[in-house]
Write a protein that binds this ligand. Structure first.
Ligand code: PMP
Length: 393
């Protein structure tokens, strides 16, 4: 169909999320590139932290095709023994700390957060939660309740009651905001939409300690930082801190929709009984998504992508030096360039997109540019990306 009419139909019939969608029509994507009819784009956002192993990754495509030949949906989640699910859960359990040994599969990040909230309620018998100011955990009602920014949540009230907020890296609030009434504390170890802000070790340690004292569960949302993006397979390895529940999505699906929350089987099994079917979903852990996820995981490990992300972080930091860049925050290939001024930042982003570089802003840090390319990126592409950004400053 002609591009103009497709664009018009997109705006008319596809539900919109803002008045200014990117509205690029991409015909094909491969590696770190997206191709429209007349233009090639260097993808520096990975579909917001999804395409960690690159677009059209051969191993992932192969795994998907093989699984398509076997079966797609068989039965609602949790009933049948499906090899891709079992192999993925088992592999994750071998890579994670011993207590993170039971994987509950869902379809998205928001759903995984909902599952983690429900599990924490079951485990503790409590219903208060603590989350971080300017964290993002998803768009469903439970996840939205964990959002501190009233602009995004106030039109959807009533939300869940009993939510407290703490500021990242502020030790002074931990004792008063995490108490014997708290079911769980939701933490992004490297905060995403706040503008790729890593936590201090001392802060995460203090939260872990306070959770142990009060019986609150510690939940790490590694939906953006996981699967190699932060320069470790998971951020929890950078910190050496084990949460009670780990939440994954985005890059976890290798480009397919998939989410999960991972906990100790001892607590996960609470969903089995009283009520039976305490948390259910139809498509969670779709066999094609799990096959893609397992192939992506193997690809990340075999190609040392977390280590490469750390090296590439250093190259970006060395190249992106300019008087208008105040700071580069983040870790691995989740980096944020602070340009201080929101309007200037928006102009730079728009001009970069016009120059064929797909970059983006953050929900809560509109003065920052998001750099999150596929982890397969090489030095030459990093030099090219940095060059385009510098030219547009
Ligand atoms: N948590 C974090 C840290 C996220 O970045 C996101 C998505 N941006 C979510 C949760 C929600 O995931 P989803 O969009 O798959 O529901």
């Amino acid at each position: 169909m002609h591009t103009n009419s497709l664009n018009r139909l997109f705006l008319k019939h596809v539900g919109q999320t803002s008045a200014a969608p990117l509205a690029l029509e991409i015909l094909r994507a491969e590696g770190i590139y997206m191709y429209s009819k007349n233009k090639t784009y260097l993808d520096c956002i990975s579909g917001i932290g999804v395409s960690n192993v690159g677009h059209g990754n051969k191993q992932v495509m192969e795994a998907i095709k093989n699984q398509l030949d076997q079966y797609m949906h068989l039965m609602v989640y949790g009933e049948m023994v499906q090899e891709p699910q079992v192999m993925l859960a088992t592999h994750l359990a071998t890579l994670l700390p011993e207590s993170l040994n039971s994987v509950y599969f869902v379809n998205s990040g928001s759903e995984a957060i909902e599952g983690a909230m429900k599990l924490a309620k079951r485990v503790t018998g409590r219903h208060h939660f603590t989350a971080q100011y300017l964290a993002y955990h998803g768009g469903t009602h439970g996840a939205l309740s964990l959002m501190s920014d009233a602009y995004f949540s106030q039109k959807f009230i009533p939300l869940l009651p009993g939510i407290s907020f703490i500021h990242q890296n502020d030790l002074s609030e931990i004792d008063s905001k995490i108490t014997e009434a708290t079911a769980a504390v939701f933490i992004e170890p490297i905060m995403g939409e706040k503008g790729y802000m890593p936590s201090d070790l001392i802060y995460l340690k203090a939260i872990r300690k306070r959770c142990n004292e009060t019986g609150a569960l510690l939940v790490f949302d590694e939906i953006q930082s996981g699967y190699g993006r932060c320069g470790g397979l998971f951020a929890l390895q950078h910190y050496g801190i084990t949460p009670d529940i780990l939440v994954l999505a985005k890059g976890f699906g290798g480009g397919m929709p998939l989410g999960c929350f991972i906990a100790d089987k001892k607590i996960m099994d609470l969903f089995q009984d009283n009520p039976v079917l305490g948390h259910i979903n139809t498509f969670g852990g779709h066999p094609v998504s799990c096959a893609a996820s397992l192939a992506a995981l193997n690809f990340i490990i075999d190609n040392d992508l977390p280590q490469k992300a750390l090296k590439n972080e250093q190259l970006f930091r060395a190249l992106l030096v300019h008087p208008n860049i105040m700071e580069i925050s983040g870790k691995g290939l989740m980096l944020a360039i602070d340009l201080v001024d929101k309007n200037y930042c928006r102009k730079v982003i728009d001009n970069c997109v016009k120059s064929g570089l797909l970059i983006d802003w953050f929900l809560y840090s509109e003065n920052k540019i998001r750099l999150a390319p596929p982890l397969i990126i090489d030095n030459e592409a990093i030099e090219k990306i940095s060059g385009i950004i510098l030219e547009n400053l």
